[in-house]
Design a protein around this ligand. Structure first.
Ligand SMILES: NC(=O)c1ccc[n+]([C@@H]2O[C@H](COP(=O)([O-])OP(=O)(O)OC[C@H]3O[C@@H](n4cnc5c(N)ncnc54)[C@H](OP(=O)(O)O)[C@@H]3O)[C@@H](O)[C@H]2O)c1
Length: 250
């Protein structure tokens, strides 16, 4: 039976989360893929990883608006391989909430997916993670230090996630490290990704001009930074590093 390390990644069916899962798996980890609505994508990813190495991936569904489902995800994650070394809080909802239009359900959805579930997963899993001298990685957003227009609730939720990173690093040491990665523009939001209209093209071009490296980052940039914080740099805790092509400098 394998005794390799185990990582749980939330929101890992596709996009950046799937890339983090694939990256950790390619470096020997067994992976627990959390999904909410993307069942097919999550199962296909697990199938692919299990074909590469038998019994090396599992899939778990949980809607982070439901506290019971968060608790069950933690329990199932611990039971599946019988150990957990790394928790990566990657799941997120992202949409504008201009002040005059924002409603209470927006507050709940954005906070639940971006920070509340992360907090309760940390609470339920920290004892096991400590016993493994493991680590927690929170995927934040470079915008926490420079708010994104018309996204006040998302900005607040990600700021809370950054703050949680520092708080838990203090409280969970010395045997458990807690760090964050703040992506800049890596993938266009799903709505913008396949939009070929002139307005959307102009929006994308304008944004790229604001980035010193003049291009989008790649999901691998976030996956590699997360892996680096877990495995290579073991004297870091409570830090949130930006991977944003220098955009925050402008
Ligand atoms: N994309 C970027 O350029 C960028 C920029 C800055 C920061 N980030 C951050 O990097 C991370 C990954 O970005 P991304 O663009 O790949 O993320 P994403 O596609 O927007 O979302 C990741 C996953 O979160 C899950 N999720 C959403 N609401 C949920 C809920 N209520 N319960 C459980 N899961 C839920 C979804 O799972 P299902 O599909 O299974 O429902 C979704 O696939 C996020 O934390 C994001 O904020 C990304």
């Amino acid at each position: 039976m394998s005794n390799s390390k185990v990582v749980l990644i939330t929101g890992a069916a596709k996009r950046i989360g799937a890339c983090i899962a694939t990256t950790f798996h390619s470096r020997g980890y067994r992976v627990l893929i959390h999904i909410n609505e993307s069942k097919t994508e999550g199962e296909n990813l697990a199938l692919k990883l299990n074909q590469i190495r038998k019994n090396s991936a599992g899939v778990f569904q949980a809607d982070f608006n439901d506290q019971n489902q968060i608790e069950k995800l933690a329990e199932d994650s611990l039971n599946f391989f019988g150990r957990l070394d790394v928790l990566i809080n990657n799941a997120s909802m992202f949409y504008p909430t201009p002040l005059d239009q924002a409603q209470q359900p927006d507050w709940d959805e954005l906070f639940n997916s971006n920070v509340r579930a992360a907090f309760f997963l940390c609470r339920s899993l920290s004892s096991e993670l400590r016993s493994r001298s493991g680590c927690i990685i929170n995927i934040v957003d470079a915008h926490v230090d420079k708010s994104l227009t018309n996204h006040p609730i998302y900005n607040m939720a990600k700021s809370a996630l950054k703050s949680m990173t520092k708080s838990l690093a203090l409280d969970l040491g010395p045997s458990l490290r807690v760090n964050g990665v703040s992506p800049g523009a890596i993938l266009w939001p799903p709505g913008l990704e396949n939009d070929t209209s002139e307005a959307s093209k102009n929006k994308k071009e304008k944004l790229l001009k604001e980035i010193p490296l003049q291009r989008l980052g790649k999901p691998e940039d976030i996956a590699n930074a997360s892996y680096f914080l877990c495995e290579n740099e073991t004297y870091m805790t409570g830090q949130v590093i930006k991977v944003d092509g220098g955009r925050s400098l402008i």
